[in-house]
Unconditional design. Sequence first.
Length: 89
Amino acid sequence: MAQIIFTQQLARFLPVPTLDTQAATLRAALDGAFADNPRLGAYVLDDQGCLRENVVIFIDGKRSRDRKTLDDPLQSGSKIYILQALSGG
C-alpha cells in the first residue's frame, strides 16, 4: 500500500494526516485523498485539477513528471510526499 505524506507546511492551515492508498496512479491517489477532505485538495490542486505552482510532489524520491495529468505510476510501498515549494529571495 502506498502512503501519502503531507509535509508540515500545510499543517499550519489544516490537519494533514498520513494516508494509505491502493491507487495505481498519483491522480487516483489524490482523488481518493481529497474526496474525504476537499479543503486539503484546494491547497494542492487548482480549479482545473492541476498541481498548484507552489506545490511539489515527490514519489519515492523523484519529482512527479506532469503537473497536469498527474499520471505517475505508484507501486505498493511508494511514498508520496506533498509539500509547498519554497520561493523568494
